[in-house]
Write a protein that binds this ligand. Structure first.
Ligand code: PLP
Length: 419
C-alpha cells in the first residue's frame, strides 16, 4: 500500500464492536484468561496485553501505523520525543560507554547528551553534521550509537546519510536518526541504511499542537548488526532481569522489544491511550498536510531571501542554500515546514518576533498554526555561547514553523513585522 492509504488504515483491523474509528482503550490493565495465560504472556510464549505501562491496544495501532509509514520492522511509543531519544541511548549505552552526536540538534537533545547522561557515566562526542568525516576520529571500542537529525532543528541543515552510514557500518555501530522535522512523508531513514528512527510525535504527528509524545522505530533485520557484535553484549547475553532472555535469539524486532520490556517496565514513560488516539487522528492527514507545510515554507523562504533586512535564510529548498544538493538527493518531494532566517542583531530578531500577528510566539513546531521562535532566548537559552555557535544558533536567528494558513497572509504578516 502507498503512504496515504497506510496513514489511514495501517495497524487497525475492526475490533469486536466493528467500530470504524479506532477506539480509545482507556484501561490500565487487562484480564488474563487464567494463570497459564498470564504466565505465557509474561514469558513471551504468547503476545498480548498485560499492563498499559508496557502496551495498550490504542497505542498499538499508533505504533503499527507509524512503523508502516517509516517502513520499519517494529516500533514502541513513548510519553515524549525526549523520552524516545533517552531510551534509544539507554538501550545501548551504559556507564563507561560513549555516543557520537551531531552538534546541530534540538536544544533538549544537546542538554540530554551533554549534561544529563554524563551524570550516568555516558560520554557524548560531537561532530559537525556538515562534516561527517569527523565521526571517524571519535569512534572507539566503547562507542554505542551515532545520533543525528535528518533535517536539523533549528539550523535546518541536512544530514548526509550515505557518508554517516558508511562510517557507522565500517565500525558496526548503530545509527539513530531523529526524523521529527522531515516526517516519514519526506524521508525514511531506515530505507537509507539507518538502524533506528526516533520522533517527537508532539509536532507534525498530531499536527495541531495537541499532545506530547514520541516513538522509536527499528529497521528490518536489525538483529544482523547486533547478533554477536561485541558492542552490544547485553543483547547477546542472558538478561537476568528477564529470567535469562537473550534478545538476539528472538525472532522479533529486538531493539524496540527491549525498550518495552526493560525501559518501559522500569522507567515507565509510556504514552496515554488518549494521546495515542490523537496521534492516530493526526497521522490520517499527515501526507496531505506536509505538502501544504512544505510548499508554503518554500514560498516564504523565497520572500525572505529577497528582503533587504534579512542576512541569511536557511531553507534547503532554496537553490542558494548550501544544502540544496543534499536536499534534492534525500528530500526530493519537499523539505518540510521549518525554516530559519538571520537578522543583524538580537534586538532586531526580538522586535520581529514580538510584531507578527498570525505567527504566534511559541516554542513548538509542526502545528497547523504558524509559529515564530527566537531560539537564543527560548529553546536554546540553556546553551553556552560555544554550544549556541556549534548548534548554528546565532543571536539574530529566528525560526519559523510554517503552518497551514493562507501562504500570502503569512508573507504579509512577516512583511509588516520586518518594516
Ligand atoms: N526532537 C526534535 C527535533 C524536536 O524539535 C523536539 C522538540 O521540539 C524533540 C525532539 C523533543 O520532543 P518532545 O517535546 O516531544 O519531548
Amino acid at each position: 500500500m502507498r503512504e496515504q492509504t497506510l496513514a489511514i488504515h495501517a495497524g487497525y483491523e475492526k475490533d469486536t464492536q466493528a467500530t470504524m474509528a479506532v477506539p480509545i482503550y482507556q484501561s490500565t490493565a487487562y484480564e488474563f484468561r487464567d494463570s497459564e495465560h498470564a504466565g505465557n504472556l509474561f514469558a513471551l510464549k504468547e503476545l498480548g496485553n498485560i499492563y498499559t505501562r508496557l502496551m495498550n491496544p490504542t497505542t498499538d495501532v499508533f505504533e503499527k501505523r507509524f512503523t508502516a509509514l517509516e517502513k520499519g520492522a517494529g516500533g514502541v511509543g513513548t510519553a515524549s520525543g525526549m523520552s524516545a531519544i533517552f531510551y534509544a541511548i539507554a538501550n545501548v549505552a551504559e556507564a563507561g560507554d560513549n555516543i557520537i552526536v551531531a552538534k546541530q540538534v534540538y536544544g533538549g537533545t544537546t542538554t540530554l547528551t551533554g549534561h544529563t547522561i554524563k551524570r550516568f557515566g555516558i560520554e557524548s562526542r560531537y561532530f559537525d553534521v556538515n562534516n561527517p568525516s569527523q565521526i571517524e576520529d571519535l569512534v572507539d571500542k566503547k562507542t554505542k550509537l551515532i545520533l543525528f537529525e535528518s533535517i536539523t532543528n533549528p539550523s535546518i541543515d541536512i544530514a548526509d546519510f550515505d557518508a554517516i552510514v558508511t562510517i557507522a557500518n565500517r565500525h558496526n555501530i548503530l545509527t539513530c536518526v531523529d526524523n521529527t522535522v522531515a516526517t516519514p512523508i519526506y524521508c525514511n531513514p531506515l530505507q537509507l541504511g539507518c538502524d533506528i528512527v526516533v520522533h517527537s510525535a508532539s509536532k507534525y504527528t498530531t499536527g495541531q499542537g495537541l499532545a506530547i509524545g514520541g516513538i522509536i522505530i527499528e529497521r528490518q533485520n536489525l538483529v544482523d548488526k547486533i547478533k554477536n557484535n561485541p558492542r552490544y553484549n547485553h543483547f547477546n547475553k542472558p538478561d537476568e532481569s528477564y529470567h535469562g532472555l537473550i534478545y538476539s535469539d528472538l525472532d522479533l524486532p529486538l531493539f524496540t522489544l527491549r525498550v518495552r520490556l526493560a525501559l518501559l517496565r522500569d522507567l515507565g514513560a509510556s504514552p496515554s491511550p488518549f494521546n495515542s488516539w490523537l496521534y492516530i487522528q493526526g497521522l490520517e492527514t499527515l501526507p496531505l498536510r506536509m505538502r501544504q507545510h512544505s510548499s508554503s515554507a518554500l514560498a516564504i523562504a523565497e520572500f525572505l531571501e529577497s528582503h533587504p533586512k534579512v542576512k541569511k535564510v536557511n531553507y534547503p529548498g532554496l537553490k542558494s542554500n548550501s544544502n540544496y544538493k543534499l536536499a534534492q538527493k534525500y528530500f526530493p518531494k519537499g523539505q518540510s515546514g521549518l525554516l530559519s532566517f538571520e537578522l543583524n542583531s538580537l534586538e532586531e530578531a526580538q522586535k520581529v518576533a514580538n510584531s507578527t500577528k498570525i505567527f504566534k510566539l511559541v516554542t513548538n513546531i509542526g502545528d497547523s498554526k504558524s509559529i515564530i521562535t527566537h531560539p537564543a532566548s527560548t529553546t536554546h537559552q540553556q546553551l553556552s555561547t560555544q554550544e549556541l555557535i556549534d548548534a548554528g544558533v546565532p543571536a539574530g536567528l529566528i525560526r519559523l514553523s510554517v503552518g497551514l494558513e493562507d501562504t500570502q497572509d503569512l508573507i504579509d504578516d512577516l512583511k509588516e513585522a520586518l518594516e
